[in-house]
Design a binder for this molecule. Structure first.
Ligand SMILES: CC(C)(COP(=O)(O)OP(=O)(O)OC[C@H]1O[C@@H](n2cnc3c(N)ncnc32)[C@H](O)[C@@H]1OP(=O)(O)O)[C@@H](O)C(=O)NCCC(=O)NCCS
Length: 200
């Protein structure tokens, strides 16, 4: 029986830097061109990813990467982002995980998802949402393993590669976040510059 290698022996998890963006861009654009997981038709530019990273940093949302130790290459990333701009949604974030296609099924999805849930708890967020193309069963299964419950499905909301696509919404309530705001709510920003993987 084959034994899976602990992904942490092969990969380092750390926060993303601007220098990682060309590799993040490659991972993103590969999925744009070859999958329905992103509702984008054309590859995006490096500038697009630079704006995205700056926006995450400014708003206090995390972007973490998995770096292959042997090649020092960014293999995967995960981020949290604003779910909707209206203030009352502030304790909800949308989660994304993208892994280089040559590194699937090595346990990186689990590592990144577990870590992002831990980060979201430290940020005192209350709800995480994953919005996944319904035909993307690997992703739906991964999130399902971490108590993300299916909240609903929209039909034919996407159109790519000449066909309509359904989208499944999954949610995970972070019960550890106790909410005591009487006025406007806010979350604790991701500690950009100080983050270390797995630290309490
Ligand atoms: C979804 C994704 C993140 C999974 O990452 P991964 O590193 O391959 O996943 P793991 O090896 O950690 O697998 C964890 C679990 O996910 C599920 N899973 C992952 N790939 C699967 C597949 N091809 N088929 C069925 N289940 C799958 C399984 O439950 C698996 O547990 P198991 O290995 O014990 O069976 C990866 O396929 C990916 O990057 N896909 C493209 C981007 C994407 O669709 N992102 C989701 C939008 S947020």
């Amino acid at each position: 029986m084959s034994q899976k290698v602990n992904p942490l022996e092969l990969y380092t998890i750390r926060e993303a830097t601007e220098a990682d963006l060309p590799q993040i861009l490659d991972i993103y654009n590969e999925r744009v061109l070859n999958s329905t997981s992103l509702f984008v038709y054309d590859p995006v530019t490096l500038e697009n990813r630079q704006t995205w990273l700056k926006d995450c940093q400014a708003k206090g949302y995390p972007v973490i990467v998995a770096v292959e130790k042997e090649t020092n290459t960014v293999i995967a990333y995960s981020s949290l982002g604003q779910y909707r701009p209206h203030p009352a949604y502030v304790l909800t974030a949308e989660i994304s995980i993208y892994i280089n296609i040559n590194h699937h099924r090595r346990g990186l999805g689990r590592i990144l998802l577990e870590e992002m849930i831990a980060i979201a708890e430290k940020m005192k967020l209350r709800s995480l949402i994953a919005s996944i193309t319904s035909e993307n069963s690997p992703s739906i299964q991964l999130f399902g393993r971490y108590q993300f419950k299916q909240a609903g499905q929209f039909h034919d909301v996407g159109y790519k590669f000449g066909r309509f696509l359904d989208v499944t919404f999954l949610e995970r309530i972070l019960e550890s976040t106790v909410v005591e705001f009487t006025g406007a709510a806010s979350f604790t920003h991701f500690p950009w510059g100080q983050y270390r993987y797995g630290l309490e």
